[in-house]
Design a protein around this ligand. Structure first.
Ligand code: HEC
Length: 148
């Protein structure tokens, strides 16, 4: 009887360990898609909002144009269709936490290896990053044409 109890206990421990491992792995996959940074929750997207993307456009014009165009490479990658190739959370984390992104996120690391310049934090808030995301969505949906 004692031995049976012990065996059940052992099996439970193994099951528990496996469960934790599976959750940990699933968690990793998610964080990789989201990148690393303050944005950890899924961003729920509604149809493109004109007031929000206009705000984003203004921020982009002052803080991003030195390094980015949409149609061609400048210091950084061309941003055309970036909202189609990356998740919204990933884009916001790249804007809010570029240094850690190029160090820890696989995709960002590859971009850094390709462009050989470190994108720098532009002193933007999370709301600013959300507005910038909206601007990139508006460009990708043809709702606004970037001035470049
Ligand atoms: C100093 C130049 C510089 C500035 C300023 C800059 N970036 Fe970047 N950006 C880069 C570089 C270079 C990369 C590629 C990753 C790296 O090497 O850091 C990049 C990557 C990105 C990416 C990912 C592109 C892709 O193809 O996945 C996005 C999105 C982005 N930047 C948006 C912005 C926004 C929005 C701003 C303004 C708030 C901004 N960047 C300001 C240089 C810059």
């Amino acid at each position: 009887m004692k031995e049976l109890n012990l065996r059940i206990k052992r099996i439970s421990v193994v099951m528990l360990t496996l469960t934790i491992a599976v959750f940990a792995l699933a968690g990793c996959g998610k964080s990789e898609e989201f990148g690393v940074g303050p944005v950890k929750e899924e961003i729920k997207l509604a149809p493109v909002d004109a007031a929000l993307y206009t705000k984003g456009e203004q921020i982009f014009t002052t803080k991003c144009v030195a390094c980015h165009k949409f149609g061609s490479r400048l210091v950084g990658p061309p941003l055309k269709d970036v909202t189609k190739r990356r998740r919204p959370e990933w884009i916001m984390n790249q804007i809010l936490n570029p240094l850690e992104m190029t160090q820890k996120d696989k995709v960002s690391k590859e971009l850094f290896a390709q462009y050989l310049v470190q994108m720098t934090f532009q002193d933007v808030t999370q709301d600013d990053a959300r507005a910038l995301l909206e601007y990139m969505r508006a460009v990708d949906e043809g709702k606004v044409t970037p001035k470049e």
